[in-house]
Ligand binder design. Structure first.
Ligand SMILES: C[S@@+](CC[C@H](N)C(=O)[O-])C[C@H]1O[C@@H](n2cnc3c(N)ncnc32)[C@H](O)[C@@H]1O
Length: 323
């Protein structure tokens, strides 16, 4: 084991609260403007999806509900059950509604992967024991198939509406973010599954999305409807502004899910009533530097160059019903 002096315990609940604090801070500060278009489009599309529905609604991974129209859900449904691994921000979002509407909401703090606590606990134990990064990677891969999945209170429901907004990609990426943080503390590097076992690791994290879709299907009443949205692709954009003018360099598209044909999987359970998409540009970092250049007449000059890197996500949303 190496580098463990910087380590403080990384329990699952602390990981979730730290992540949602980061998300909410990011939305409230430098990303605010770029998030607004996404929030508006998301809420408008959900409002369209719930027209004419009634009964019980379930919102999975609701978080701070920036992209979920809680007031309109409260006006349409008799009961709305909110679920998130960190329910603090959901409670804050509901607290601004009228007392009558607030009375319709219930809250459940649950990890939708069903095994994050066991996963994080075992991964931390392995990091403390492993004598090398290679041993750590091997033992992590050996441990993953042995995890057991919890059942949750909300699984007893049969609901007329399920909302899954930008949560499936989180189920997919949070385990990797966790392993990266663990590896940085112990081995000063990010986690990469051993090359020969990359397929096993991808299958492990992909399962969370596929299980999530299967679970939505199980939760629905026969006449139920689903709003499902996520960002399945994104591209990095570098906006380079210099004293010589402006140019834009678009880097190749980056796919977030390689092997999972999520659309085929959705078609297995649901028919799409409609779908729509929009882009969402999130600033990542800004930097500036001074470079030397030669002018046409051969003399030298300095140019200041500012680079802003953003990721442009494509959000795709579906209104689904059972076959
Ligand atoms: C990108 S946010 C979703 C957007 C959210 N509707 C909003 O506007 O704030 C992701 C949410 O997923 C939750 N989350 C991530 N992994 C989870 C898990 N395994 N179980 C339950 N919730 C999870 C996070 O706590 C966070 O609130």
């Amino acid at each position: 084991m190496s580098g463990s002096t910087a380590w403080t315990s990384f329990r699952a609940d602390q990981f979730f609260t730290r992540k949602s604090d980061e998300l909410v801070t990011e939305k409230a500060t430098f990303c605010e403007a770029s998030y607004q278009n996404h929030f508006t489009r998301s809420k408008e599309t959900i409002i369209e999806t719930i027209k004419g529905l009634k009964g019980v609604a379930l919102v999975l991974g609701v978080g701070a509900a920036h992209d979920v129209p809680l007031k309109e859900l409260g006006e349409i449904f008799d009961q709305i059950h909110l679920v998130d691994a960190d329910i603090r921000y959901s409670r804050i979002a509901v607290a601004v509604l009228s007392e009558e509407l607030q009375g319709k909401f219930s809250f459940e703090q649950a990890d939708l992967t069903g095994c994050f606590e066991e996963f994080s606990h075992k991964a931390e134990e392995i990091a403390k024991e492993a004598v090398s990064y290679d041993e750590f990677g091997r033992r992590i891969l050996d441990m993953l198939p042995l995890l057991t999945k919890n059942r949750f209170g909300y699984q007893e429901l049969k609901v007329s509406f399920v909302c899954s907004s930008l949560i499936s990609s989180q189920l997919f990426s949070y385990p990797t973010i966790y392993l990266n943080r663990l590896c940085r503390a112990f081995y000063f590097r990010n986690f990469t599954a051993p090359l020969t076992r990359m397929g096993e690791y991808t299958a492990f994290i992909s399962q969370f999305i596929l299980n999530h879709i299967a679970e939505i299907h199980n939760l629905m009443a026969p006449e139920g409807h689903v709003y499902f949205a996520d960002t399945f692709s994104g591209r990095t954009i570098e906006d380079v502004k210099s004293t010589l003018g402006e140019s834009r360099l678009v880097l190749p598209a980056r796919k977030y899910i390689e092997d999972v044909t999520i659309y085929d999987y959705m078609r297995k359970y649901f028919r799409a009533i409609s779908d729509t998409n929009w882009t969402w540009t999130v600033p990542m970092e800004r930097s500036s530097k001074t470079i030397s250049a030669k002018k046409e007449d051969g003399t030298s000059c300095t140019i200041s160059v500012e680079t802003e890197t953003s990721i442009e996500y494509l959000v795709t949303s579906f209104h689904l019903a059972l076959h």
